[in-house]
Design a protein. Sequence first.
Length: 668
Amino acid sequence: MDYAANIAQLRAQIEQHNHRYYVLDDPSIPDAEYDKLFRALQALEAQHPELVTIDSPTQRVGGAPLKAFAEVHHRTAMLSLNNAFSEEEVRAFDTRIREALDVTEVEYAVEPKFDGLAVTLSYRDGVFVQGATRGDGSVGEEVTENLRTVQSIPLRLTEAIHDVEIRGEVLMFKRDFAKLNEAQRAKGEKEFVNPRNAAAGALRQLDARITASRRLSFFAYGMGICEGVVLPGQHHLQMDLLRQWGVAVTRQRRVVRGVEGLLAYYREIGTQRAALPFDIDGVVYKVNDTLLQQQLGFVSRAPRFAIAHKFPAEEATTTLLDIEVQVGRTGALTPVARLAPVFVGGVTVTNATLHNEDEIRRKDLRIGDTVVVRRAGDVIPEVARVVLERRPADAREFIMPPVCPVCGSQVAKLPDEAVWRCTGGLYCPAQRKQALLHFASRRAMNIDGLGDKLVEQLVDAHIVKTPADLYKLGLLAMINLDRMGEKSAVNLLAGIEKSKHTTLARFIFALGIRNVGETTAKDLAQHFGSLDNLLAADLERLQQVRDVGPVVAQSMADFLAQAHNREVIAQLRVAGVQWAEHDRQVATTLPLAGQTFVLTGTLATLSRDEAKEKLEALGAKVSGSVSKKTNYVVAGAEAGSKLDKAQELGVTVLDEQQFLALLEKEGA
Ligand code: IVH
């Protein structure tokens, strides 16, 4: 292997990315990938120290200053941090420190790693006189006027310290970033990729008025020179002092002991990360005692006493192998990206929804493209953008199939919709499968044991076509299915049998009519009281139902107009699916009509959903919050603030016994 050539190639690549990132503010690859290149170069140079040159990107920290800003020679170098990406690397860091100091346990100051830009602020006799970016660590750019616009940077400290350099990070809060991009969109201008890039753009404006309009923030994390005051001997006390001087310091910092303390902090901040008002890309651990810090010293341009423990990258690049089309319950055709497996946000991602055709056009995705995949926190992975520079010559445009990929029916798009739909309805096996799964789902008919694998087999083997067929299933047909033991078959049959006793609202919801969700189903059930009344309703009558508008009424009417839908309903009733009916057309005649209930705490004999269902069947409304209009509050064990509120407002409170007695009296 030709190491020298390899090293040269890596350096050239890194330099190019540095230029795009630091000078042009327009990165073409995610940080994680840049980090990978950088670490590869570091590793090669470590193996071959004789090949290290002073101009290697590993020997400096950032990029070249923009020519339009004055240069600032930092009086004390602005250092970088070494990174740890795993628990092992953190343990190794702690071991190194303990061995170097010959101690059994170390106290650390721990802080978030802000994902912004490092700056240094110089104060003379307490007055802010100069601010600069880090640049390459020794020479940065003077951005004093721009930094003056940052509200969290004090123009005067609360104490007239003779000469102090305060180091910290300039960043943009998530909410300010969202506002900025909204404004960019409104002006038809290019949106920023992330808050850090937006902050970099704002900080490098030659016109400070533009910086001011973009609302930057600042947090301090250290000091350079400090003359005119005796500093405390611990990092966290120095940060407390800065806070006293009026400088912004994060509240998320702590002091911990030993490596377990470090790792616990890492996990704690990890769970808070999404909720923090600003982006962080890890946490930083620093030996707290400043004398020990000095004793440990520096390697190259990073301190030995500190390390950054990075979170798994939230963005990574991979190849868009193909775009497949999935058909959902309502026939919606959803393009799905098939991706070369990539580790991002802590999981391996192989596919991601692309939502609809317009979305693919908007992002300009082609099959074969290199794409940036994003997964932040527990959020579903998404294809964030394409890396145009890497588009191969043979990249293919995606074409929506003119017929359903599952059943071959025509696809159609309503003029005001973004999605194409298969027109096959329940003829389409994909829609049939989804419809059956929906029918059986917990909040619909609640059939235990009917999962997607089973539905797949039942539909593919033509055993089940409509929900009514489920109630015709026999033991024999089921035992012949793959991976179906006698016991599970018996259990499933019991589940199907049990589901026959249901409510009208659940039954309507289970039919999977477009635009008829759980709440609408309840409204319909309550309004019509019986299925026959509902089946007889025309468009006008449907529109009289509370909260039912023209769109829902039309969906319902379309559904009822199909003879095969009525046939399935008839078969379900013949099979024994049943519920208690109140054969009254108008809900106001139900015993609890017009009464509002609020449920709080835990009931011993009923789940919250069951209690709600029973009340609604009697015509009552169940609300989530107590007000003067509430008629009853039902308080179970450990009832909370809603009970207090009820007492405060003088609302009648029922305990479980009284509640059950009421239900019984009203015939539930
Ligand atoms: S301390 C002596 N603390 O990370 C060590 N740096 O990768 C100097 N950063 O240039 C840095 N949050 O821009 C420190 N709590 C924190 C930090 C932090 C973010 C940045 C800083 C630094 C870079 C090094």
